[in-house]
Design a protein around this ligand. Sequence first.
Ligand code: GDP
Ligand code: ZN
Length: 464
Amino acid sequence: MSGNETIVAISTPPGRGGIGIVRLSGPDARPLAARVLALNGRDLPHGRPRLAKVVAGEDARAIDEAMVTAFHAPRSYTGEDVVEIATHGSPVVLDTVVRAVLEAGRRGEFAVRLADPGEFTQRAFASGRLDLTQAEAVHDLIAARTVDQVRQAAGQLGGALSRRLAGPKDRLLHLIALLEAGMDFASGELDDVDVVPPAYIAEEIALSLGELGKLAASFAHGSLLRQGASLAFVGRPNAGKSSLFNCLLERERAIVTPIAGTTRDTVEESWAIHGVPLRLVDTAGLRDLSEDGAPADAVEALGIARSREALADADLVLLVHDASLPWTASELALAKELEHRPHLIVSNKSDVAMQDAAGPRDAVATSAVTGAGIVELRERILRELGAGTAPGDAAVLTTQRQFDAVQRALDALRQAAEANHAALPHEVLLVDLHHARAAVDSLTGQTTPDDILARIFSAFCIGK
Ligand code: GDP
Ligand code: ZN
């Protein structure tokens, strides 16, 4: 990444739209914009949109009119000079503008090139306009599928996570400074003076462990909110899987019919509970669970194969049992198989249920017909996925990278606590405390290796 090159990209999504935006960032953003706009020699003011003709192309004839906004460094998204040219959303116009800008570069007049994915945000990070958690939030905000995901990302973009880290970081720096000062002191005439009492050190480390531990615990909810989860419905044909699925979706999607085995293929549907995006997979009835021994036809066999796949991939499996029938041996076997992974046993058709002592005891009773037990089922789904521990504020860890960094800080702090307890020299303690501090710093990007930065920004789209 070079601060001397100006970058250009179409920042709006591909295809036709009402408006399309070409964005430039870098030292030559303004003179380059002047090459494709009829500005009559006037410079673009900061932050005030101006109407201008777009004159890019062979004969410099006007091809569109644009609203042009310049942001003068450092008061821009990237911290550099930025110009946004909003034309009509014609891919041809947008392309022509970008080509004309690049052509000026090819003629050697300017150092300009097409932006890499996420490069605008990467420059914002490099110039200190955003820290790394905020840059990650930009990506999450754009990728969000539910309003809760947007809220989470917006909070993080606003610095919620960074602020939450400020406390533990200050505490660490304070402790490090105290111990380092104490060592300087002890290395003079007055050695053997215990400047910082071990009990004080122990307490400070315990407080840091507590704060960072809470943050680490928020990852279960944060990653679920960010990534969502997949649910697979399995069970005998006619147990009510499709009906239950529709009930949860609150609209008709999978085909519901009274003939066994008609949900032939898997049906996928996206949906959210409390902002957690869920993919529901309604599997074909696992025909081999039926006791009639009828051979499955080719289509049905395919459906069964897909069911097994959906089952293998699912974060949570719902085994749906028809409560109007006794539990079969194969249903009980499947229930046993599921014990080793996140699952829920749903005893459907509670409206026409019979007594069967053989069934698993922790089943959720539902009726897709009367709606009984559906609210409880939703809650149980969330709890089973680990979303029950939603913290009150927006400062949650959402990415594995963030979680790993906090874990490293916690490990180092635990070692520091042990060293302190064992009355080891402060040099030893300081090594651990510096490790903890570096781990916390890597969260906001102060000490993040380039390859990790590259990975984060390459996940962005071009133009962001
Ligand atoms: P699937 O094969 O497991 O997907 O089952 P379906 O959802 O297609 O349902 C099979 C039949 O059972 C349909 O006639 C549904 O109307 C009926 N059914 C589903 N859920 C219930 C329920 O809770 N109570 C009653 N009485 N019937 C249900
Ligand atoms: Zn079905």
